[in-house]
Design a protein around this ligand. Structure first.
Ligand SMILES: [Zn+2]
Length: 681
């Protein structure tokens, strides 16, 4: 090995170790900055020696060329499926069946069990040869799967080379590691939000998202998806001896794989059952979806002795969590109006006990879903309660439908204010877009005064509720016309509190136009979109006159956002609200910087930034505003047009992508320095 090869190998091992500390152990040893320097060094060396780039290099995690189709892979050892248990009796029966088959001299009392969560994702088998990841395959039908190696490589907690840690055991000659690829619940929700904002399709649940992301022919797409993997079994291993499931999990963990921390190893079957029941109660608080637990006999010799029946092993069983469902009568279908004006249907039910909780109301999702399922008033319906979330009507039982029932008709007007209900584009939801709608008012005030908008101190939702109930405000502009006496008439308001609130309201008039625009709560117009709009249309008047085409011409504004804005400005009530805000003295146009501020404001002109992660002192919106004030532009996604990535703590895929594209990375201080180099002495 040449010196440069050695240097590259050491650098890769070091970076892979830090990736493992960060993504698998959640315990990084070095700062992001130090990490970036290592990566930059590696990229520089690899650019000088392109022939020395290896498949285990961390620079290779960004995805490869798209495939025409997936190659089929025959699993050397079939990936079996598991028998199911649905209650404790099923578990007792399983144990009894095992008892009859135990070898001479072994009793049930000698058995040890390992209980693991059953993650709801996609099962995969990874093959490592002399420590190097050489293949990743989906389970498929258990006999034959698909080659998804390029995609698996992009999953950040999948080691490209084992062991990941210098203290790990030596790599075995060959090993097949089995596990579940999943999308953490929080990442799934964030991902769907981003998809919505980009007007792309959303996934129904984390499992679909994980499967859809892993089975992408273009691994560059997979690389952008927040996937993770838990390893739970060794398919086979050459060059190491493992005798039990517990040893297998410990071994996988030592090699650097992520193993679920919530695992029980016990000889007490009652403890197994208790653990499962605790799990069932906790399932909604977990950062991932689990649809049950898997119980395995620990000892591999015993596993082999018990064998397989059909295609399910006798030595393991999945205890499935109950889908908490019940049937009841649906009395009537009603509607609700939220802050954004979205009108949603819900059902009033004949009270029914589901999993110990009396359910009287259930969500009907949206009007399309309701129509598709043809749920009617008077139907007997299946209701599902998935933990802490609102109970949902699953479907009607058609056999029990009363004669003469009629399909449900969605409302044509807002149930609260009577203004027409509208559908925005291909959106499934109905909206009330009257800004003065009383049902939306309290939520709108809450949003208008919040930190990201007008940032009015001491103005909580309780105050908003009091003001609306007392009839002192009928729209958000009314808060600027409140008097001291009016506030003092409210419960809990003394002189000081009233004065403080009035002062805070007064101070909010200094907020820039952009904040006012955010505060209006126009659907899809949050911090980033408001910034783009203010750049292109620096006053409310200009924005109001913008057509759908004008709006779509702005980079970052899609047809759905544009339509939402145009629709909003069509409503006379909204136009009246703007006039009233103007009379109140709120900024309805961007202020042109003058004097010193104007000079400084051009220091970032022509530069495009992307902000990611958590910055030490600024919110994402504040950083965006800072960049705009200095003449720069902040966009949402990293591309070749990006000049700088501003990265904070927990920066994720954007950081990886920026690094891959060689885009310079700044922290918050770096951004300030770039904007105002003159102020440094
Ligand atoms: Zn309304």
């Amino acid at each position: 090995m040449s010196d440069i090869q050695k240097k590259l190998a050491n650098l890769r091992a070091e970076i892979n170790y830090h990736l493992y500390r960060y993504h698998t152990l959640d315990d990084p040893l070095i700062s992001d900055f130090e990490y970036d320097q290592l990566m930059n060094e590696l990229r520089r060396l690899e650019a000088e020696h392109p022939d020395l780039v290896t498949p285990d290099s961390p620079t290779q995690r960004v995805g490869a060329e798209p495939l025409e189709g997936f190659e089929k892979i025959i699993h050397p050892i079939p990936m079996t499926s598991l028998g199911n248990a649905f209650n404790d009796q099923d578990m007792a029966n399983w144990l009894t069946r095992i008892e009859r088959l135990l070898p001479e001299g072994v009793t049930v009392a000698d058995l040890e069990f390992v209980v693991e969560p059953k993650i709801d994702g996609l099962a995969v088998a990874l093959t490592y040869e002399n420590g190097l990841l050489i293949q990743g395959a989906t389970r498929g039908n258990g006999i034959e799967g698909e080659n998804v190696t390029a995609n698996v490589r992009t999953i950040k907690n999948v080691p490209l080379r084992i062991p990941t840690s210098p203290n790990g055991p030596p790599a075995p000659a060959r090993i097949e590691v089995r596990g579940e690829v999943y999308m953490p619940v929080a990442d799934f929700e964030k991902f769907n939000q981003q998809q919505l904002a980009k007007e792309k399709k959303v996934f129904a649940n984390p499992r679909n998202a994980a499967a859809g992301s892993l089975r992408q022919l273009d691994s560059k797409i997979t690389a952008r998806r927040p996937l993770a993997m838990f390893s739970y079994a060794v398919g086979y291993v050459e060059g190491a001896e493992i005798r039990t499931q517990k040893e297998a999990l410990d071994y996988l963990s030592a090699l650097g794989f992520a193993v679920n921390p919530d695992i029980l190893h016990t000889g007490d079957f009652q403890e197994v059952l208790n653990f499962i029941h605790t799990w069932m109660e906790r399932r909604n608080q977990l950062p991932y979806d689990a649809d049950g637990t898997v119980v395995k006999i620990n000892n591999f010799n015993l596993q082999q002795h018990l064998g397989v029946v059909g295609n399910a092993p006798r030595w393991a069983i999945a205890y499935k969590f109950p889908a908490r469902e019940a049937t009841t009568k649906l009395w009537e279908i009603k509607t609700n109006v939220g802050r954004t004006g979205q009108i949603t249907p819900y059902a009033n039910l004949e009270p029914v006990n589901i999993g110990g909780v009396t359910v009287r109301q259930a969500s009907l999702h949206n009007f399309d879903d309701l129509a598709k399922k043809d749920i009617r008033e008077g139907d007997t319906v299946v209701v599902k309660r998935a933990g802490d979330v609102i109970p949902q009507v699953v479907k009607p039982i058609l056999d029990l439908r009363p004669a003469g029932s009629q399909p449900y008709q969605p409302p044509t007007r807002c149930p609260a204010c009577g203004e027409p209900a509208v559908r925005l584009g291909d959106e499934v939801a109905l909206f009330c877009i009257n800004a003065a709608c009383p049902a939306q008012l309290v939520r709108q005030i809450e949003y208008f005064v919040s930190r990201g908008a007008m940032d009015i101190d001491g103005f909580g939702i309780r105050v908003g509720d009091q003001l609306a109930q007392a009839g002192l405000v009928t729209d958000i502009a009314d808060i600027y016309f409140l008097t001291r006496d009016q506030l003092l008439s409210l419960e809990g308001f003394a002189d000081k509190k009233a004065d403080n609130l009035l002062a805070a309201i007064e101070a909010s008039k200094q907020q820039p136009f952009e904040r006012v625009l955010i505060g209006l709560g126009i659907r899809y117009v949050g911090g980033t979109v408001a910034g783009l709009l203010v750049d292109a249309f620096p006053s409310m008047e200009a924005l109001q006159q913008a057509t759908q085409a004008d709006l779509e011409a702005v980079e970052g504004i899609g047809p759905r956002i544009a339509e939402s804005i145009v629709e909003w400005f069509k409503r006379p009530a909204n136009l009246a609200l703007i006039k009233k805000l103007g009379r109140a003295g709120v900024a309805l146009a961007a202020v042109q910087p003058s004097g010193k501020a104007a000079e400084r404001s051009q220091s970032l002109a022509g530069l495009t930034f992307v902000i990611t992660g958590v910055l030490p002192t600024w919110s994402r919106d504040q950083a965006t505003e800072f960049i705009r004030q200095h003449g720069g532009k902040a966009t949402g996604s990293v591309s070749a047009q990006t000049d700088y990535l501003v990265a904070g703590e927990k920066a994720g895929s954007k950081l990886t992508k920026a690094q891959a594209l060689g885009i310079p990375i700044l922290d918050e201080t770096g951004l300030r320095d770039l904007a105002a180099p003159m102020t440094k002495t």
